[in-house]
Design a protein around this ligand. Sequence first.
Ligand code: NAP
Length: 486
Amino acid sequence: MDLKLSDPSLLKTSAYIDGQWISSDKTLDVIDPHSGRCIAQVAKMGAEQTQQAIEAAEAAFELWRAKTAKERSKLLRDWFNLIMQHEEDLAQILTAEQGKVLVEARGEIAYGANYIEWFAEEAKRVYGDTIPEPSADKRIVCIKQPVGVVACITPWNFPSAMLTRKIAPALAAGCTVVCKPASETPLSALVLAELAERAGIPAGVINIVVGSSSEIGPVLTDSPTVRKLTFTGSTEVGKKLVAACAKTLKKTSMELGGNAPFIVFADANLPSAIEGLLASKYRNSGQTCVCTNRVLIHQSVYDEFTQLLIKAIKERLVLGPGKDSKVTNGPLINTKARDSVAALVNESVKQGATIALGGDTDNLGDCFYPLTVLTDVTNEMPVACEEVFGPVASLLSFSTEEEAIQIANDTNVGLAAYFYTRDIGRVWRVGEALEYGIIGINEGIISNEMAPFGGVKESGSGREGSKYGMDDYLEIKYMCMGGIDQ
Ligand code: NAP
């Protein structure tokens, strides 16, 4: 292990259940995607420990919900402060297990912590309602209450922020949680639990189990005690989880895959669109759910934009190990991911796409895929139909606004979309016509804790962050008071 942390005790390799660190004979290797070396072995939990975690969360729920909103807010705020105090160590851990460059890892720690700060504030603003009565002898009051024990299942691409985005609103609302982080990136989850413990968040409120999804998943989905499942991950797994949750009619929030179009209209500010595209396409080496997947360029600026993009990539982006400060793009998470990107590119090339930059020629390491630009792409090719999840920009062309909207919407998912134009009428027309949950207009970076994040169609349901983000963790209770005029 070559991780050098200011506080080595932040590196936890046990599960966290009911305030206890639980070890096991069975372990799971955590691999550095750059070197391919095992950086830690984490205790693997199974069905029995997951059930224990659910029971711990159930027991803690009554005490946690009984705290005042201000008390919960203070504990969340203390947790946020500790995360920011240890930001550098958390970023080092994240880069080691996930591969993203350190500057992005630091950004993720701060971005994820911002959700805790935000929901610490929102905890105090869970307001109810009084509603005009239907008859003189009645009054209608609505209160909001926590849903109960929440299961959180998260992916490897943002192993810290995807978890805080769920735990923070859940705890602010008064819920307790059982979390299953992705097997590739458990360390970023466990360090959050360590800091929550140091912040004084009581035992059982946050529980983290690491292990096989086929053992842990069914315990979470089938348990009648778990009243809500919040999931971030692939659409394929999301559908299975929704089906499994139907048995107990749990509430679900699904943050699933995308196929983001990035539309460059003829009147766009091209240098600004290039900036937006570099950020939205190549961040985390293309492994974000809101990453641009298809670049739709008006035919009149297609060649010029393509050349500007290739020049910008060559001059500004550097592929390599995430901990190297000169590097802007790290490896993909594992060789399976790399092979999947290569297969999508190769099949699209067979169908007529042209490699204008990159392609399958890199030799930095097993998990690296080169920064790639494909031209002559059509919406039927695999790189356009499927979520590539790699550093490949696929360039399509269009001739009219209607055609751009039609191509953009011609997909079964709808998470993020981007477009660049200087025409205010077009801003409204296109913004309203795109079937997506998040729209970046002349902007490539759209996610922050103050705005609602989530998709439509098969990109899922529910919203994370913003004033709406708490709703998914609350039930509305309507109380009708009668006999008022007696
Ligand atoms: P994934 O394969 O769906 O895995 C996500 C999580 O689900 C992991 O913790 C995984 O555990 C677990 N899991 C897998 N199969 C399961 C099952 N049958 N039952 C219970 N849990 C199960 O997704 P991924 O490859 O890690 O992440 C990439 C996907 O996430 C992309 O599609 C991306 O677009 C999406 N994503 C969406 C958002 C959003 O906010 N909309 C944000 C980030 C990522 P194991 O690791 O143990 O298999």
